[in-house]
Write a protein that binds this ligand. Structure first.
Ligand code: HEM
Length: 380
């Protein structure tokens, strides 16, 4: 990959610090500099998440009917909501769980090596993400077949997407099943949970589950696919991971920094705000641009270079402050395991063909992943 392809916001970040994104009738100034993004992420009084459907951009009124939890609430309510699901998101630190993810990755590498070639986006990253998600949710692994059948664009910003309805129907059914036969899955935990001394409403339970599917799918798939493409295109990096396996932790952070699978998210400004001369009227939105912050040259030396041993690496790819990503331990475990096993098992990675996917707004364009990535995994 050529240098500088990662930094779609360089000019606007250096010259202005903000960039107006036009989305339908809305103008949403994106906050671009690292310290500004970190400050805004902490300042929920000015940059609020307490806005159903309006944290994602474009907003999702037409896509779902429930508030996503815990992301679409502010402190102090946020803390009690978040605590309900936190134990599930900590599962990736449990040795038995880690062993299951290792086995999954071995199984997918076995298959990749056995085949002449495979589409890494749909035949590697998607099933790996789906099966890993069943472990996190505590549901049978064969439910992954259903998640896979929803395709690679579930919960994208397409209101006509049938996948959205299928996902909702799955969540409803799981909540009903869990009410009849409680287990140690996330749906049973949501049925049993208390918030401010009462049980959760049906809408709240669906709002929690909906976010797990929405937040944990494309992000992981694009992270895995982009990283594998990079390693195929940069043989030195691949060899270095083989020679220096201790780099796996810092390499994982560096890949998530440069690929920043979530480019930005929205905040509502109830009282209005101003960022580097860009005015936000009361109740309009601003965007926290994680990708641009991660390319800020005042914080990251040669930010467009992938440095597998970059330290410190205070990136905000998983957000910052209150709403920092609950799924980060899962994403990190998957990537660290993959980066450990890949050089042990595979001698050469080669791209045969690819179709990139882009975020294409008028004011910026970035490759966020691949629709298709045909690759060869040559075993040792
Ligand atoms: C590389 C993969 C991932 C990236 C880059 C990513 C990125 C992010 C970011 C930037 C936020 C902050 C949102 C904000 O401040 O408004 C966030 C929050 C969140 N993410 Fe992730 N995410 C990833 C994987 C996952 C996975 C696998 C899951 C679930 C299985 C997940 C679930 C969540 C949840 C529930 C929140 C909301 C936390 C809260 O509101 O307290 N994410 N993520």
């Amino acid at each position: 990959m050529a240098e500088n392809t990662f930094d779609a916001f360089q000019k606007a970040r250096r010259e202005e610090g903000a960039l107006d994104l036009k989305v339908g009738d809305e103008t949403i100034p994106l906050i671009l500099r690292f310290h500004d993004v970190r400050k805004a992420a902490k300042n929920w009084q000015t940059y609020s998440s307490d806005a159903p459907f309006r944290v994602p951009v474009p907003s999702q009124e037409d896509l779902r009917s429930v508030r996503q939890l815990p992301i679409e609430v502010d402190p102090p309510q946020h803390k009690e909501y978040r605590a309900i699901v936190e134990p599930f998101f900590r599962r990736p630190t449990d040795p038995a769980y880690i062993a299951k993810i290792e086995a999954l990755i071995d199984q997918h590498l076995d298959e990749a090596i056995a085949r002449d070639s495979l589409d890494v986006a749909n035949e590697f990253a998607l099933p790996l993400q789906s099966k890993s998600l069943t472990l996190l949710l505590g549901v049978p692994i064969d439910h992954a077949d259903l998640f896979i059948s929803w395709g690679n664009d579930v919960l994208r910003v397409d209101p006509a997407s049938a996948s959205e309805e299928l996902c909702d129907a799955y969540i409803e059914k799981q909540l009903d099943n869990a009410a009849e036969n409680p287990g140690d899955d996330m749906f049973s935990a949501l049925n049993a949970a208390q918030y401010q001394g009462r049980h959760l409403t049906r809408e709240e339970k669906i709002g929690f589950a909906n976010l797990v599917f929405a937040g944990g799918r494309d992000t992981i798939i694009n992270f895995v696919t982009h990283t594998l493409a990079y390693l195929a295109q940069n043989r030195d990096a691949f060899e270095r991971l083989r020679d220096e396996p201790d780099l796996v932790t810092s390499a994982t952070e560096e890949f998530v920094r440069v690929f920043s699978p979530l480019t930005f998210l929205g905040r509502v400004c109830p009282h209005g705000a101003e960022i580097h001369g860009h005015k936000i009227a009361p109740n309009d939105r601003a965007g926290l641009c994680w990708l641009s912050a991660n390319m800020d040259e005042t914080v990251f030396k040669e930010p467009e270079q992938v440095k597998l041993d970059r330290r410190p690496n205070p990136h905000v790819a998983f957000g910052s402050g209150t709403h920092n990503c609950l799924g980060a331990p899962q994403a990190r475990l998957i990537m660290r395991t993959l980066l450990t096993k890949l050089p042990q098992r595979v001698s050469e990675l080669r791209i045969l063909d690819s179709v990139a996917s882009f975020e294409d707004w008028k004011v910026y364009r970035r490759q966020n992943g691949y629709k298709r990535l045909d690759m060869v995994f040559k075993g040792h």
